[in-house]
Design a protein. Structure first.
Lengths: 114, 114
């Protein structure tokens, strides 16, 4: 079955440190991939997306993600984390079965230490 | 515009009472619309999606229903709420042509059933 996996439920980093959030997918066709961020009590905000082409995509707030077909991964990175980045991050994929449904990972909660 | 309105922002209802949550979207016509639920500390659960007026697909059997009376209006309803219906309800839209669909989220409705 198609799925999106975020192996890390919680991650804690110090402010200024680099960040990598992992996302793996299982699919039967080329997926479209997304990263969203959710602050407490808020909706999800799109950080970046990958449809095709350059496998390194740039997003808002200084985030980037790299699509690696060989590893079925789409990891999110940021070189220097700010305290305001503390939130929950969701990886998502669509077109997994040629439908308009999206499959989300279970999320990774990021804590930033001052 | 990717603006999505959800009403109300918060709601406290007794068990057995009815429910109506409204979502209205701006932007291109005939978007795909979605209802998701987030239970406390959990990921997103797709409840319903709609690819057009009057077209509703249900993902999870439950006591909730959805309707799409207008192109940019999506309503989530229940005749009798259960305690387990508590959660954060998110409306989302997806629009684009062909292979460029991106999903955008509203601010959410926090529902507490007592």
């Amino acid at each position: 079955a198609q799925s999106v996996t975020q192996p890390d439920i919680h991650i804690t980093v110090s402010e200024g440190a680099s960040l990598e959030l992992r996302c793996n997918y299982s699919y039967g066709a080329t997926p479209y991939l997304f990263w969203y961020v959710q602050s407490p009590g808020q909706g999800l905000q799109l950080l970046l997306k990958y449809f095709s082409g350059d496998t390194l995509v740039q997003g808002i707030k200084g985030f980037e993600a790299e699509f690696k077909r060989s590893q079925s991964s789409f990891n999110l990175r940021k070189p220097s984390v700010h305290w305001s980045d503390a939130a929950e991050y969701f990886c998502a994929a669509t077109r997994l079965r040629g439908t308009y449904k999206y499959i989300f990972g279970t999320g990774t909660r990021l804590k930033v230490l001052a | 515009s990717q603006t999505i309105h959800q009403w109300p922002a918060t709601l406290v209802q007794p068990v057995g009472s009815p429910l109506s949550l409204e979502c209205t979207v701006e932007g291109t016509s005939n978007p795909n619309l979605y209802w998701y639920r987030q239970a406390a500390g959990r990921g997103l659960q797709l409840l319903f999606y709609s690819v057009g007026i009057g077209q509703i697909s249900s993902e999870v059997p439950q006591n909730l229903s959805a309707s799409r009376p207008q192109d940019r209006q999506f309503i989530l309803s229940s005749k009798k709420l259960l305690l387990s219906d508590s959660g954060f309800y998110l409306c989302a839209k997806a629009s684009g042509t062909g292979r460029t669909d991106t999903q955008y989220f509203g601010p959410g409705t926090r529902l507490t059933v007592l």
